[in-house]
Design a protein around this ligand. Structure first.
Ligand SMILES: O=C(CO)[C@H](O)[C@H](O)COP(=O)(O)O
Length: 213
């Protein structure tokens, strides 16, 4: 089984803390995500700084776009984003807009299936219009309600769509190996790294667990 890419999700609202966390995690991850809360507060300046600081990493901008896909995502691909997200609950035209602008820049678009009721149907529709990555995602509030992404991940992998699958939602050291064995292309870890008193140690632990799964 191919080893998945590791993505660290940076959801802090603090600009300098995010820059520091990116530096601590970078040696152990493949993708650096500027999370939605972080992006909304800190904006394009932070995207540009993370891009400049980490030329060897993929930069993921969690836009969670809901409308005007091409228009909203283009500035971020122009600024160096490798992957931007569009919500799976958005209109298919919006999803296609982000796919089209990603292709225009030679980059990737991820469709986040957070809160999508019929995930199989929307994933198939997104794959048909060229989505590069399907995101299985249990959001922060859903986690607080006791939800996890594991069953949705297994069902999505079983569909066998010709599209990469990313999984996010409270993944941590005690669960990451079971996630890897389910076969995603990308494993996203946020709080288990950024909420650790030693983010660099937590990131290394995740990397080692993924490698030995
Ligand atoms: O997109 C997000 C929340 O909307 C988070 O970045 C994602 O859930 C990963 O963080 P965690 O591992 O803490 O769940």
């Amino acid at each position: 089984m191919a080893q998945p890419l590791i993505q660290v999700a940076l959801d802090s609202l603090d600009y300098q803390q995010t820059v520091a966390l990116a530096r601590q995690a970078a040696p152990y991850v493949d993708i650096i995500e500027i999370g939605t809360p972080c992006l909304k507060v800190n904006g394009m300046d932070l995207v540009e700084e993370i891009r400049a600081n980490h030329p060897d990493k993929l930069i993921f901008v969690d836009l969670k776009t809901m409308d005007a896909g091409y228009y909203e995502a283009e500035p971020f691909y122009k600024a160096g984003a490798d992957i931007c997200t569009v919500l799976g609950t958005a209109d298919l035209g919006t999803i296609k807009g982000v796919v089209d602008v990603a292709n225009a820049y030679g980059k990737q678009a991820q469709v986040d299936l957070i809160n999508v009721k019929d995930k199989a149907k929307r994933a198939a529709e997104a794959a048909k219009i060229g989505a590069h990555i399907i995101g299985i995602h249990t959001g922060i509030d859903q986690q607080l309600a006791g939800q996890t992404p594991f069953a949705d991940l297994a069902a999505m992998v079983a569909l066998g769509l010709n599209v990469k699958i990313s999984v996010a939602g409270g993944i941590k050291q005690s669960t990451v190996q079971q996630v890897v064995k389910a076969g995603p292309s990308i494993v996203v870890v946020g709080g288990a790294i950024t909420g650790s008193p030693a983010a660099e140690v937590a990131a290394r632990e995740i990397r080692d667990l993924v490698a030995s799964a």
